[in-house]
Unconditional design. Structure first.
Length: 159
């Protein structure tokens, strides 16, 4: 069995989608896959905010970062031609007509295939993102854990 690792640094819809397509493809080929989400890439793991959930204590800058980041993977902007969110809507319309899975569906498939998803705890601290804001079924660790996974992999990608 081969092993693949992907660092998801970008918070752009199209780049996150590419990361999940590659990860799901590798897992479908029976490769062991680890995805390490750091900085803006953490937005792909955010779950829909629940209005009834009390907010965690955050510094002013953490509140600012957390407030400016997309609240859900389907709210991520495009890397090019975003047009204040209209580009994402156009892209999703074309994707639907071509039967291309959304980022949320790709994420779900990744979980079903047993792809290991790790949220970078240092980035979470810097950006003021708490565990309660992220989806269930993921791991939390630092860069040393990712590097350990990468040492064993035959492919390491940075997206």
């Amino acid at each position: 069995m081969s092993k693949k690792t992907i660092i998801v640094f970008s918070g752009d819809y199209d780049r996150v989608m590419a990361a999940f397509i590659i990860a799901n493809g590798a897992a479908a080929m029976d490769d062991e896959v680890t995805m390490f989400f750091t900085f803006w890439g953490l937005s792909a793991l955010r779950k829909q905010p629940n209005p009834g959930t009390p907010a965690a204590a955050k510094s002013g800058l953490q509140k600012m970062f957390s407030g400016m980041l997309p609240k859900h993977p389907e709210k991520l902007g495009l890397s090019k031609f975003n047009f204040a969110g209209a580009g994402r809507m156009m892209m999703k319309k074309v994707m639907k007509s071509e039967n291309v899975m959304t980022v949320s569906e790709l994420l779900e498939t990744a979980q079903e295939q047993g792809i290991k998803m790790i949220a970078c705890t240092m980035s979470m601290d810097v950006l003021g993102i708490g565990k309660e804001e992220l989806i269930d079924g993921i791991e939390y660790a630092g860069v040393a854990t990712y590097l350990g996974e990468a040492d064993e992999a035959n492919v390491n990608l940075f997206i």
